[in-house]
Design a protein around this ligand. Sequence first.
Ligand code: PXP
Length: 242
Amino acid sequence: MQKKISLGVNIDHVATLRNARGENDPALIELALVAQNAGADLITIHLREDRRHIRDADVFDLRKNLKIPINFEMALSEEILRIALEAKPATACIVPERREEITTEGGLDVAHKKNEIASFVERLHAAGTEVYLFIEPDAGMVKLAAEVKARGIEFHTGAYARAFTNLVERRAELTRLKNAATLAASLGLEVHAGHGLNYFNTGAICGIEAITELNIGHAIIARSLVTGLTAAIQDMLIVMGR
Ligand code: PXP
């Protein structure tokens, strides 16, 4: 039997649309509940330091009203950490963040921030939130993630997504992901993946044995404009063999 890979639906773009008019339309919680009913296994949100989409109140509102877990993406920021420690999401994924970027551009540099990351992992784990590090599929980064005692890693699949139309590069990126995933699993790390995944490139990622969760935002929210959010999520679940 094929293993079940969990789907985290990232709803940041719903908040972007809401914020465009400064009112509460669309209501984030309403869409999150639709996602929950459609079969999303978790809701993923990124509380950015500039609050460009998700806001502090959203985190608590979602936490209070959803039955499914929240995956909280966060930068190495003491201010954001305080909110995470108070909201206690099921999981937190530490991501690199630059104010000028449109989206998270690459993986975390665990080597240069090792002590700081270890301290975030320790404090979040003490509060009951399991910590993942958003890293490139790179053996060195995987080993460092294990050293700082993260629960797992989320592989940045941006390079794979960009390589998708070139078969040689696609295969190379898939191999890179597979090798890093196998190493991570052998070190006891849970393996997630995300970024740039869509209805065409996600299937092959699901073939990687160690991967247990995908976090997908842009493709699902974009498709939902055509099909509605329920169908967009259920179509992705079909792509994932569910
Ligand atoms: N995972 C992480 C850690 C991310 O930062 C993002 C982008 O916010 C995603 C997954 C989702 O990426 P996309 O919107 O390209 O599906």
